[in-house]
Write a protein that binds this ligand. Structure first.
Ligand SMILES: Cc1cc2nc3c(=O)[nH]c(=O)nc-3n(C[C@H](O)[C@H](O)[C@H](O)COP(=O)(O)OP(=O)(O)OC[C@H]3O[C@@H](n4cnc5c(N)ncnc54)[C@H](O)[C@@H]3O)c2cc1C
Length: 401
């Protein structure tokens, strides 16, 4: 009898699972991938879109193109309900029954309930966020030239809240971006504007998940730029253009980006617990993976990383096929492949298989690894082309509305 596998989520977990399953596509297997958007988003390079070194569609791959060879049906829309006991999901007004379900709905921005964060900051989770950041930065400079010649305050403050890899990468690239656009505006000789970038961090160091030597190296590189690192700064609220800490100290900001946390994309904001085979507890035929799933027995939760979701995908696909074919299921054992953080042009820090890398070598490895994570050669060539151009020419400052 034909079995239907429904996958919710067109991100790292969902797409890679569908790719593994598609290799076993047969007349007896129907694979449906449901996604809110019609493209796969390569989040590790979002900060480059936000800072003008990559164009928005360079970090996306249309789902229909990824599954051009067939074997996977794509449905675009947001699943509003999952009925685990009766085996169906609701997509718009449609009820879709499943024999096996994979939930890979990822994570969303976490404001930790702090007042004003959602209204007054931009996240860096979606393509729209990245486009918005880039637009806002360019807008700030345009405004300065056209209307703010009388402005007393000649210091622009661009603030990033969150001292993890996303905040650090964005801060470093933002500094490069701003240096390039300042050159263009200063040529008009009408602006005496100066820019300061602040990186706000609640911990006492940046990149807490990295070894000490790499944390120190990252701090050294950032401090050489115009980035002010504010450690032990607990944001208590955000107002329009202002950030407050617990001591009620205030920082004025022309741009505020929130990279301080994410939470699972589930109704209660908690990760869905699974066994080691990635089956949701109590449901043999339902799997949860990626940012929204976690193995209940682990003392340390699985990190919310693309590399975890990608590593889980073959296990989920294998275990669904094993259930269908009445074979034994596999456990998921996570082995980190390493960590890499870019620090702007030609600089990065990282640890790969226990070996520490810094500087140009780390930057080169970082770029090469990410390039090969794309599904198609078309995108790899396009990104290589855009990176090469950006080495020799300034970034594009076209203000897209
Ligand atoms: C800026 C940034 C940089 C990052 N850099 C790195 C990095 O360098 N290395 C690394 O390993 N990880 C990185 N990550 C983390 C990585 O993006 C996530 O861990 C990874 O995307 C998790 O995969 P996922 O499949 O769980 O979720 P996602 O890839 O987020 O996919 C979830 C999908 O589900 C869809 N969806 C959600 N709800 C519904 C619904 N109700 N109905 C239909 N569809 C739905 C979403 O639209 C999305 O397409 C980064 C994340 C960000 C934001």
């Amino acid at each position: 009898m034909k079995k239907r596998i429904v996958i919710i989520g067109g991100g790292f977990g969902g797409v890679y699972t569908a790719k593994h399953l598609a290799r076993h596509a047969s007349r007896n297997l129907e694979i449906i991938l449901i996604s809110e958007r019609n493209y796969f988003l390569f989040t590790p390079l979002l900060h480059e879109v936000a800072t003008g070194s990559l164009s928005p569609t360079s970090v996306t791959e249309p789902l229909r193109e990824i599954f051009r060879k067939g074997g996977v049906k794509i449905k675009i829309g947001r699943v509003s309900e999952i009925n685990k006991d009766d085996g169906f999901v609701i997509l718009d007004a449609e009820q879709i029954k499943f024999d096996y379900l994979v939930i890979a709905t990822g994570a969303k921005m976490n404001d930790f309930g702090l007042p004003g964060v959602l209204e007054n900051t931009i996240g860096l989770k979606s393509l729209e966020d990245a486009i918005e950041i880039r637009k806002k930065v360019i807008e700030i400079y345009e405004r300065e030239l056209t209307e703010a010649l009388n402005r007393k305050e000649k210091l622009l403050n661009l603030v990033i809240i969150g001292g993890g890899p996303t905040g650090v990468e964005l801060a470093a690239e933002l500094d490069d971006f701003v240096s390039e656009i300042e050159n263009d505006y200063k040529k008009s000789k009408r602006s005496s504007l100066r820019t300061k970038i602040y990186l706000i961090n609640s911990a006492d160091e940046l990149l807490v998940q990295f070894p000490k030597s790499l944390r120190d190296e990252a701090r050294r590189v950032l401090e050489k730029k115009r980035i002010g690192i504010l450690n032990n700064f607990y944001v208590s609220k955000v107002e329009k253009g202002k950030i407050f800490n617990r001591e009620d100290e205030e920082i004025r900001a022309d741009l505020i980006v929130w990279t301080a946390g994410v939470m699972p994309n589930t109704k209660n904001g908690q990760r869905v617990l699974t066994n080691e085979k990635l089956q949701v507890l109590g449901y043999e035929n339902i799997f949860a993976m990626g940012d929204m799933g976690n193995i209940s027995k682990l003392t340390n939760p699985l990190p919310m990383l693309a590399q975890v979701a990608v590593a889980e995908a073959p296990v989920v696909a294998n275990n669904i096929l094993a259930l269908i074919n009445k074979k034994p299921l596999r456990d998921f054992n996570y082995q980190s492949k390493g960590l890499l953080v870019s620090l702007g042009k030609f600089k990065a820090v990282g640890q790969i298989s226990g070996i520490t890398v810094t500087g140009f070598l780390a930057w080169f490895i970082w770029r090469t690894i990410y390039l090969f994570k794309f599904n198609s050669w078309k995108k790899r060539f396009r990104i290589m082309f855009e990176w090469t151009i950006s080495l020799f020419s300034p970034r594009d400052i076209t203000q897209v509305k």
